[in-house]
Design a protein around this ligand. Structure first.
Ligand code: UGB
Length: 431
């Protein structure tokens, strides 16, 4: 066989076409054909090497995504259906994006506990330690929640999910979080918080029936606003970080999709959410890690020794706010990409209403950990941080029955207990 191939090639090489003499390089036809092939080749190379997300930031983002993106097939569809199956009377069927994230895990577990159908979606990127995300995934798996591995920018995947399940609701929590990281990787904020959100809304608007959407905005949209406590009616046109700007953009985008397509949209402005299974990039989390390791921590202070404070909000209170938002969300009014009438559009602050100085947060941690922190005081860096946050929650209280009930001391006690059991003696160490 090998011989045959070789001899054929040899034979072909040896043979000369009768036209060979006439078709020389300097002939215009040969030149034209040659350059046409080169041009076509370049187009093909460009086409196949472009990331499918067609984002100018695609390569950076795909480096961070550890997703295998394998989906589809009868067994996969069966798993998706089973996870999204409603098991209680009047239950809802929810697609939770960012389900392996901190808030996403807690919300998914709570929905599943009360018999709702829940399907997770997460790209498992490495913004922070993905093993923590995998541990959350394992936790959800045990309660019957399946997390599909994929990106919200993958429109084909989203369409497939809506083809397999007629979701009544979407809890959209997938996002690039963190205020300070926006100066390190600005592109990831555009990719997830803007392009990803639009990709999701595009699919939701065409879905039949259209789902109602509840999504995570942020307290950071208040930016340089100095009027306290922050009310939903206050100005939000002075973001202090790109993160805040992308969340603010999300609120405007939500308005557009509500206006044009009749999508029911509720944005939740979360105020510094903390608790067990939290995010390692947040101060309360890495302060705990560093205090235990005997490493120095930096505490920010504003000009003239001004106090920096946050309206820290415990995860269980946030979960209640999320579920109440889903339960009070009205149906979207459009179908097949066409608006049929006005639809609900809401924004709520979900905070704790009692700001605590960061120095107090550290004092509480010292007491709970029984270790004295090595502290250095630093001027609040000009990298997106604001001096304080304070939520006015009267609107959420009135419309959602939202009533936060966990103070920082109580919430941190639960966090530290979890932290020590998760990272404690002989177990994994926080990265
Ligand atoms: O409400 C939100 O919408 C946002 O909340 C969270 O942002 P922040 O409120 O900034 O939380 P976080 O970083 O934990 O800093 C806490 C405090 O510690 C101070 N801080 C921070 C770091 C440090 O080294 N020293 C320090 O004093 C710092 O100045 C601050 O006062 C989410 O991360 C964000 O994704 C978004 O959801």
């Amino acid at each position: 066989m090998k011989e045959n191939v070789q001899s054929t090639l040899g034979k072909f090489k040896m043979e000369k076409s009768p036209y060979m003499h006439r078709l020389r390089w300097h002939s215009p036809i040969v030149k034209l054909t040659f350059w046409s092939f080169v041009f076509l080749g370049l187009i093909l190379v460009f086409f196949f090497r472009s990331p499918s997300t067609s984002s100018p930031l695609g390569s950076d983002v795909s480096r961070r995504s550890l997703s295998t993106n394998s989906w589809g097939g009868p067994a996969w569809e069966k798993r998706v259906r089973s996870s999204a199956k409603v098991r209680s009377r009047n239950g809802i069927s929810v697609l939770v994006t960012g389900a392996a994230g901190f808030v996403g895990t807690h919300v998914s577990a709570a929905l599943k506990r009360r018999g709702d159908g829940v399907l997770g979606l997460d790209n498992f990127n490495d913004y922070y330690d993905p093993t923590l995300k995998r541990a959350r995934q394992a936790l959800l798996e045990r309660s019957g929640v399946y997390i599909v591995e994929g990106d919200i920018n993958d429109k084909a995947l989203l369409e497939k999910l809506f083809e397999v399940v007629a979701f009544t609701h979407v809890m959209h929590l997938a996002a690039q979080a963190g205020v300070r990281y926006a100066m390190v990787n600005p592109g990831s904020y555009i990719h997830s918080n803007i392009a990803g959100f639009v990709s999701l809304l595009e699919v939701c608007k065409s879905a039949n029936p259209q789902p109602a959407i509840v999504w995570a905005s942020s307290s950071s949209v208040y930016g340089l606003n100095t009027k306290v406590p922050f009310s939903e009616k206050d100005r939000t046109d002075q973001p202090a970080s790109l993160y805040a700007a992308t969340k603010k953009a999300g609120e405007e985008i939500a308005h557009t999709y509500n206006h044009i397509y009749g999508l029911s949209l509720t944005g939740l402005r979360f105020f510094t959410v903390y608790g067990p299974w939290g995010r390692p990039d947040m101060a309360y989390f890495f302060f705990t890690k560093d205090i235990l390791k005997g490493k120095s921590i930096q505490i920010f202070e504003a000009a003239n020794h001004g106090t920096v404070a946050r309206d820290f909000t415990y995860i269980d209170d946030i979960v209640k706010g999320c579920l109440a938002s889903l339960d009070t969300a009205e149906k979207s009014t459009g179908s097949g990409g066409k608006k049929k009438g006005p639809a609900q559009l809401r924004v709520f602050n979900l905070g704790n209403t009692s700001p605590v100085p960061v120095t107090n947060l550290v004092n509480i941690l010292e007491r709970l950990l029984k270790v004295k922190a090595k502290k250095s005081i630093m001027k609040l860096p000009r990298n997106g941080d604001v001096q304080f946050t304070h939520a006015n929650i009267s609107s959420a209280r009135r419309e959602l029955g939202y009533k936060p009930s966990t103070d920082l001391q109580t919430g941190l006690k639960k966090f530290v207990k979890w932290y020590l059991s998760y990272y404690g003696e002989g177990k994994k160490s926080a990265k």
